[in-house]
Design a protein around this ligand. Structure first.
Ligand SMILES: [Zn+2]
Length: 209
């Protein structure tokens, strides 16, 4: 009888211990907005910080819409002398917001799949950025984290965009051979255009450089 009681007591203790473990085990904490399980890289080392969306940091560096509007109200022509009227002002503000959002989304989406490299692209030439950025210049996610100001658009009417580079570092090194070069050489940031530099969106392609 005593043996049975001891066995029962041991069993009860074992059940209680396993219950405690089952209750203590929580769902993985590292999930993003969409509920997807975030890549391992988020959880380790510098990438847990690096892969925080640059949205807030960028907003802190960029003018708010009212400031842009107030500035544009005083601008009568762009850098090429193309007249800026009410419709052009509205278009420039909309373009600025849409492009900012598109580039932030590209980075946020890239973070979900662990993208490390991004490169600059010009769907249309930008006469202001042409002296600063070359199509195919690349930056690392860590550089974006440290310098959110390098996220385009860099000025009003800027056509520059950041595109995720889907591939490994070794693949990128191969691409370098065909013209992709680091944007921040030795971590030094080139002088970026002032946001106040205006290129009209309605300017003919030739005038846009
Ligand atoms: Zn530009």
């Amino acid at each position: 009888m005593t043996t049975v009681l001891i066995i029962l007591a041991v069993l009860i203790v074992l059940i209680l211990v396993s219950l405690k473990f089952a209750v203590g085990k929580k769902e993985p904490r590292y999930t993003d907005d969409s509920g997807e399980r975030a890549p391992i890289i988020h959880m380790s080392g510098i990438y847990s910080i690096v892969r925080k969306s640059p949205r807030e940091d960028l907003a802190a560096l960029r003018p708010v819409e009212a400031e842009i509007r107030a500035y544009l109200d005083r601008v009568t022509a762009d850098i090429n002398g193309v007249p800026i009227e009410a419709a052009a002002r509205t278009a420039l503000i909309k373009h600025w917001k849409v492009q900012t959002e598109a580039n932030l989304r590209e980075i946020e989406t890239g973070d979900r799949s662990g993208v490390v490299f991004y490169y600059y692209d010009f769907p249309a030439p930008c006469p202001v950025c042409s002296g600063v950025i070359t199509k195919g210049n690349f930056v690392t996610r860590e550089e974006i984290f440290k310098n959110p100001q390098i996220i385009p658009p860099l000025h009003l009417g800027c056509t520059c965009s950041l595109t995720a580079h889907q591939g490994s570092e070794s693949k990128l090194r191969e691409t370098v051979l065909v013209g992709m070069l680091p944007f921040l050489e030795g971590g030094v940031e080139p002088e970026l255009p002032e946001w106040t530099t205006v290129v009209s969106l309605s300017a003919p392609a030739k005038a846009r450089g």
